[in-house]
Ligand binder design. Structure first.
Ligand SMILES: [Zn+2]
Length: 108
């Protein structure tokens, strides 16, 4: 499996390099989660904002794309050039580099 190679957006990726990127992304995400939790606790401790107010705002932001689904962005869309799926988090198609079509109602 480690010897498999994929061609993504003109970059050759091995399973090992993708695994390292995923681990690095998970470590960064863990730090972001810790930072957010620290901020939420500090805001509540200093009577600036309660956790409930923050959760209400999270729901309001979540609903901006029309779906209360725990995600900020809209659905996956198909690339207009190669018709493969593009993640809402990506500005360009991973496969061909085409720009992602704008997401209605989502401000970046
Ligand atoms: Zn494409």
């Amino acid at each position: 499996m480690a010897g498999l190679r994929y061609e993504i957006a003109n970059q050759e990726c091995t399973v090992d390099s993708l695994r390292r990127q995923m681990l690095y992304s998970q470590q960064r995400l863990d730090k972001v989660v810790l930072a957010v939790e620290a901020l939420v606790e500090l805001l509540a401790e200093h009577d600036i904002l309660s956790r409930e107010v923050i959760l209400e705002r999270m729901d309001a932001i979540d609903l901006r794309d029309g779906n209360l689904d725990g995600k900020v962005t809209a659905e996956v869309v198909d690339c207009t050039a190669c018709h493969r799926p593009i993640s809402p988090k990506m500005a360009k198609c991973l496969y061909c580099g085409e720009e992602r079509p704008p997401i209605p109602g989502v401000v970046h």
